[in-house]
Design a protein around this ligand. Structure first.
Ligand SMILES: NC(=O)c1ccc[n+]([C@@H]2O[C@H](COP(=O)([O-])OP(=O)(O)OC[C@H]3O[C@@H](n4cnc5c(N)ncnc54)[C@H](O)[C@@H]3O)[C@@H](O)[C@H]2O)c1
Length: 301
């Protein structure tokens, strides 16, 4: 979990949480449990048994996109309004009020109506509830801004930190999806798949137009800039394709993983880039990683 705006003594509470408690498991990889955990600890207090208690009944607002006709097709499709993240029953059994809407923009929206008295606002990256300084100012009871996924760009982090709010996201919740997506995009691009697909559906048959730049992945050099959770999963997934794998990071990955994947560490980014046929960026965007990759284009193979 990424937590912004927490004071160190508040973070210590997190570490003291009893990991056997089903709803407050700090190291749980279970996405829903992490969300429940974050909601429970919005303002941590210890109860008589020494467990973290929720600090009273909360008004929780979830902002998600509508599932419409697709909502009922898959019981595990919980990221939509109808699925409500799958936590309605649990939240309501704890006595919390849980309001879910997709209506989030403007002063007449459903979200805006609840801003003055909500305690927790949950949102997702692809249908984000924008939390501006003005909304934070109006939200007198607000304690927790939670992204059910990764990314907090929709929140004015400075305003949230000044107001002492916890901003949290469920780190790691979709790293496998991202690594698989990266692998898919590499294959699609290297194989020149999309122009071929468009030809096929439009009844064209110009093989040369596709083949002149369609390649096998085998034998190509793939470099990941960043080998954290996603970068490592990508290296593992690329291993069976018999590529040359390189990675640049501040830290070396474990020797066992280097051995398993055959990936080679490149301390110097400028030295790695010209060796690569494919480069994948897997670092967070910070001042230090705000490389302008366009300036490297002449170095690329
Ligand atoms: N958009 C999405 O849906 C989505 C989903 C998941 C993750 N992400 C983002 O992707 C990024 C990577 O995710 P992750 O889970 O692998 O994160 P991670 O923290 O596990 O890995 C990031 C890696 O980047 C390295 N790094 C950081 N700064 C560096 C620098 N200046 N030079 C070299 N290496 C540096 C770190 O050492 C680390 O190994 C994060 O920013 C995450 O928020 C986005």
């Amino acid at each position: 979990m990424i937590l912004y705006g927490k004071k160190i003594n508040e973070l210590i509470y997190y570490l003291l949480v009893d990991e056997d408690d089903p709803y407050v498991t700090f190291k749980s990889k279970n996405y829903i449990q992490n969300i429940m955990f974050l909601v429970v600890v919005a303002r941590p207090n210890f109860n008589d048994e020494g467990y973290i208690a929720s600090g009273g009944k909360k008004k929780i607002v979830g902002v998600f996109y509508k599932g419409n006709e697709f909502a009922s097709l898959n019981p595990n499709f919980v990221g939509c309004v109808e699925g409500a993240l799958g936590i309605r029953e649990w939240l309501e059994s704890q006595g919390h009020e849980y309001i879910v809407t997709d209506d989030k923009e403007g002063l007449n929206s459903e979200l805006e109506k609840h801003i003055p008295d909500l305690h927790v606002l949950i949102s997702t990256p692809f249908h984000p509830a924008y939390v501006t300084a003005e909304r934070i100012k109006k939200a007198k009871n607000l304690e927790l801004l939670l992204t059910a996924g990764i990314g907090s760009d929709h929140i004015d982090l400075n305003a949230a930190a000044s107001a002492g709010l916890t901003v949290a996201e469920v780190t790691g919740s979709n790293v496998v999806s991202v690594a698989e997506d990266e692998l898919m995009r590499i294959l699609i691009l290297v194989r020149n798949f999309l122009p071929g697909y468009h030809q096929a559906i439009s009844g064209e048959w110009n093989v040369a137009g596709i083949a002149h730049r369609a390649y096998d992945l085998e034998g190509k050099t793939i470099g990941t800039v960043g080998a954290g959770r996603i970068g490592k999963l990508l290296l593992q997934r690329l291993k069976p394709f018999n590529c040359n794998l390189l990675y640049h990071d501040r830290l070396k990955i474990a020797p066992e993983l280097e051995k398993e994947t055959g990936a080679k560490f490149e301390e110097d980014l400028d030295a790695m880039l010209p060796k690569c046929d494919v480069i994948v960026i897997n670092t967070p965007l910070t001042d230090k990683t705000r490389y302008n990759f366009n300036t490297y284009i002449n170095l690329f193979k």
